[in-house]
Design a binder for this molecule. Sequence first.
Ligand SMILES: [Mn+2]
Length: 352
Amino acid sequence: MKMTFRWYGPSDPITLDKIRQIPGMTGVVTALYTIPVGEVWDVDSILALKMQVNDAGLEMEVIESVPVHEEIKLGSEKRDALIDNYIQTIRNLAECGVKVICYNFMPVFDWVRSELKYVTEDGSNCLAYDQRTVDGLDPRKKSLSLPGWDESYSMDELSALLKRYDEIDEDKLFDNMVYFLGRIIPVCEECDIKMAVHPDDPPWSLFGLPRIITSEAQIDKLFAAVDSKYNGITLCTGSLGASRGNDLVKMAGKYAAMDRVHFLHARNIIFRETDDGRLFFNESPHPTECGSLDIYGILKALSDNGFNGYTRPDHGRNIWGEDGKPGYGLYDRALGATYLYGVWEAIQKSKC
Ligand SMILES: [Mn+2]
């Protein structure tokens, strides 16, 4: 396993020097945040970022993310030119030594939570999801006050974009994803750079928009549609685990055996009982006993089936008075990394 840490670039208050001091850390997972979605990432900009990371004694072998333009997800006539740009970005990243690209195929909205600072029993705070709050939001009717939503669209732009998605159901979105992969995967094979789709978070439809990377059946369908090991996944335990129907231990073992797990996001969540039976969960400390997911079982299944790849502790809580970017403070993610590292060491040594 290669332990990595997400780094939001030079403006991230969690500096490369701090990341390097976390035991077992080999590299960072980052992106060029200033390049508009759809434009080519040029070699000079990639190399400048890589140099900065390497100078701090860390590697930059995983990019999270190269965003996919909405016109590609919508399958419009503009998509081919944008896919050409994406292909050039893939080639440029490969030339700079990048091995894995994380991306997602969620329409309009990325991850969605109802609270960014849910206070837990021990006084720490974390991201949480309450289905009732999300059900009360309708981005088509009024301005969205969604935590973490970056408001990169005006109300009118968002309405227009959502209207275009009225024509796109799950099947159409899936077809558009297969079209995209059909064009880029041969290039990935040629350049030896792997695509790792991040599952939808949470893994179900929101605001009437289709979501397709949600379950074992859907991932099977995706792998069958573009049958190459370069078409793989980011196994994000917290995202897929939010759907109780997903058996994460089984999926981890199965997809590792297929050599389709190119990146692991390890995170735990805890489901809460609610009076009316609605769905509510919050993100918890990483260890198995702190949440609802069997993190040990997932790591064991991955190891037993040949996974030895890039891993990062996914979201952490704010602890010890830290007031970090929601999910991306230093302390709890560092604790998560050392926990994951320790479990992994024990699994490896128990095989001897
Ligand atoms: Mn994730």
